[in-house]
Design a protein around this ligand. Structure first.
Ligand code: KIV
Length: 271
């Protein structure tokens, strides 16, 4: 795709813009992307955020889990995505074991920002000290709670989290602690819709759901799932937006509109 037709006067979205969207009740849209062509298309449609997810280990590299993904892989894909976007806010995942100490997290987050060109890094789990350390170095952080794919071997599979009251209380407490540690955004994956609604209401930072119901401040899906081109079966919380769309651009546009108008996710795509 030629990039010559893009309006170079478009300013990149900032975290301030995303906070303002939460405050005025405008849903935030996000899709994963791993390369320049999809990044440019998602940007052109007007989707607010791109997540360069370590899900690339499964949908691009063909692994069973996200565990084999390296920081070098993430930097490579983040750089491809960042190069092609104009307005969309870009976040990249710190992969498995790349943030096992605050110092290691800072070293690898710096690679994603300096060489990958991203605006924020995401890490999975209740790593409050690490989040605080990164934020103190000027690195914006997105937390991730609920289903943590990097812990699939501990969890015993990709299962809905927070169904039991004690577990739900733990996730709520961790969400507050991540916000206090300085996280700017929280991703909530595969949790009951009511739990996600509680957390989205209680937190002042934007909460982006995936399999977490319609009441989050925004939604994210794995691009290959919503285009129905994934290797594995599409998860229940995702939707095939290619079903009624003549082009990939139209499918991404339909997702963007459906999220903005709170038509996605429906009960069928929630727990
Ligand atoms: O890696 C990824 O794509 C993610 C989403 C599932 C939120 O973390």
């Amino acid at each position: 795709m030629s990039q010559g037709s893009y309006d170079t006067s478009v300013l990149p979205l900032t975290i301030t813009d995303l906070f303002a969207m939460k405050q005025r009740g405008e849903k935030i849209t996000c899709l994963t992307a791993y390369d320049a062509s999809f990044s440019a298309l998602i940007d052109k449609v007007g989707v607010d955020m791109i997540l360069v997810g370590d899900s690339l280990g499964m949908v691009v590299q063909g692994h069973d889990t996200t565990l084999p993904v390296t920081i070098a892989d993430m930097v490579y894909h983040a750089r491809s995505v960042s190069r092609a976007r104009r307005r969309t806010f870009v976040i990249a995942d710190l992969p498995f074991m790349s943030y096992s100490t605050p110092a290691l997290a800072a070293k690898n987050a710096a690679k994603l920002m300096q060489f990958g060109g991203v605006q924020m890094v995401k890490l999975e789990g209740p790593h409050f000290e690490t989040v605080r350390f990164l934020v103190n170095q000027g690195i914006p952080v997105c937390g991730h709670l609920g289903l943590l794919p990097q812990r699939v071997n501990q969890l015993g599979g990709y299962k809905v989290q927070g169904k039991e009251p004690v577990e739900a209380e733990r996730i709520i407490a961790e969400a507050h602690q991540l916000q206090q540690a300085g996280a700017s955004i929280l991703v909530l994956e595969c949790v009951p819709a009511l739990l996600a609604k509680t957390i989205s209401t209680e937190l002042s930072i934007p909460v982006i759901g995936i399999g977490a119901g319609v009441d989050c401040d925004g939604q994210v899906l794995v691009l290959y799932d919503m285009l129905d081109i994934g290797i594995d079966k599409r998860p229940r919380f995702s939707k095939n937006f290619m079903h009624d769309a003549p082009t990939i651009e139209a499918a991404i546009g339909a997702y963007h509109q459906a999220v903005k108008q709170t038509q996605f996710p429906s009960d069928q795509h929630s727990f």
